[in-house]
Design a protein around this ligand. Sequence first.
Ligand SMILES: [Zn+2]
Ligand SMILES: [Zn+2]
Length: 171
Amino acid sequence: MKIKIDRLKEGDNSVTFDQDSLISLEIKDHEILSGSELTLVVIKNDNYLHITGSNKVKYQEHCDRCGNEFKPTIYIEIDYVFHLGNEKRGNSDNLEIIRPNENDGYLIFDQYYIETFYLSLPLKKLCFYNCKGLCPKCGINLNTDSCTCDEEKTIDPRWEKLAEFAKKKKK
Ligand SMILES: [Zn+2]
Ligand SMILES: [Zn+2]
């Protein structure tokens, strides 16, 4: 995902990336499987670049409750401001500094896309909204199977010691 910054004209520019450039991104634990075309609008105003754009991607995920793999889709919304040069101007923490001479005049956008991807991930990763998860005793997947583990007899391992202690006391 490269943007040729030394050839940008003042005002609006646009750069488009196809699905292949999304799939080839190295995203740890969340491989992108497919995605819609990404068009970035690059507005150049003197030494400032404002880059916006959005697309949808489907990626690989594991359910927090049952551990199964599933393939959710999320919406990615890019919004970055860059300043061309060596120094930080102003006090904005959101301003990224780029040096046009690095990378042969290209802005490598991968890390910014990946960062936005991570920020877009939902906090809860569930294969579906009321996934029943795994039985804590036998480990069976309660979405597809059922077991005979009696819930009343199941003791949380954290309380096991205490339960033993209570038994001894009764004797
Ligand atoms: Zn699940
Ligand atoms: Zn069970």
